[in-house]
Design a protein. Structure first.
Length: 331
């Protein structure tokens, strides 16, 4: 994943580059050398990532995610730009888009959403980065400033620097929020879920005391983006109350991802998040012995006062659901 972030981070230091007047990508896509180079780099990096063990493969989930993208995409989409969603096994709530329309979303992001409208908000934001050709604008800005280009090359040479430096600049992120919200409204999704997504994840970030993830970027800060969305909802979209949520469809499709992500959270020692994930999963699959066993493992490995008793309780539940469960050996 570091290498993937590094390729995206070729646009990391674009502060001061002005965003062009907002308009959809035209059919002049790939008509210039700069854009062809960016797409070639994207395709090479995607091949490496897609051939790795990091990809979460579920044909039903992939079909569902790509159906949402088809609903969101604007009518004026250029023929050469085709969106595709790929899920990455990573417990941190992130997502990123390559300029050719391939969007990667972490299991950690999917696991923390509540409904399809929130997912649409995230996907629409990433789609907007592609339709507005932010990568191309940033790349040209960097090329025009030799000193900045040198700093980018140095950062790419030291991959350890990249995670703290990634993200489009303030104007690009704000434009992606605005255009993405318009895509949501046009597709009849509830636009207020975009605001709830930001507020929900901001609360989790503060609780975990973690840095802002790539999706939120370092420019602008999360609260500023929440304020922008709220202003739009109170003005431009003041009459747009309600809309598609598809909560049941979302949870039934994403539920296996929630459990898998809980395993990843446990592996990384994020016990509280792993517990929340299993609890969320069990609301839709209460008879899953494996999930009860996993909850037992969370408490056993955490090892706080009273956790041993809680672990045994969940191991017993697992054996009641499935007497052949490996939880038998833990009792």
């Amino acid at each position: 994943m570091k290498r993937t972030a590094a390729i995206i981070a070729i646009f990391l230091a674009v502060c001061g580059c002005a965003v062009a007047e907002r308009k959809p990508a035209s059919d002049g896509l790939l008509a210039n050398d700069d854009e062809r180079l960016l797409w070639q780099q994207a395709e090479a990096e995607q091949k490496t990532l897609n051939d790795s063990a990091l990809i979460y493969r579920d044909s039903q989930l992939e079909a569902y995610l790509n159906s949402i993208v088809r609903r969101l995409q604007p009518q004026a989409l250029p023929s050469k730009l085709s969106f595709k969603i790929v899920v990455v096994q990573d417990p941190y709530f992130n997502a990123f888009a390559f300029p050719n329309g391939v969007i990667y979303i972490h299991t950690g992001m999917l696991a923390r959403m509540d409904n399809e409208a929130q997912l649409a908000a995230l996907l629409a934001h990433e789609m907007a980065h592609c339709t507005q050709r932010h990568a191309l604008q940033a790349f040209r800005c960097i090329k025009a400033r030799p000193g900045l280009m040198a700093s980018v090359q140095q950062a790419l040479a030291r991959l350890a620097m990249v995670p703290d430096a990634t993200g489009f600049n303030r104007d690009f992120e704000t434009e992606a929020d605005i255009v993405g919200l318009d895509y949501m409204v046009t597709a009849d999704y509830d636009p207020y879920e975009a605001l709830r997504l930001f507020e929900h994840l901001k609360a989790e970030m503060e609780l975990e005391q973690i840095k802002e993830p790539y999706f939120f970027g370092t420019h602008p800060k999360v609260q500023a983006r929440i304020d922008t969305l709220r202003r739009l909802l109170e003005t431009t979209y003041a009459d747009k109350h309600g809309g598609i949520n598809n909560t049941e469809m979302f949870l039934s499709t994403v539920n296996p991802v929630i459990l898998e992500n809980a395993r990843l959270d446990l592996k990384s020692g994020r016990f509280w998040l792993a517990q929340r994930g299993v609890e969320k999963y069990l609301r839709g699959a209460e008879n899953d012995a494996g999930a009860h066993y996993l909850m037992g493992e969370i408490f056993r490995q955490r090892g706080l006062k009273g956790d041993s008793e809680k672990a045994l309780s969940y191991y017993r539940r697992a054996t009641l659901k499935d007497p052949s469960s490996k939880a038998m050996s833990a009792i």
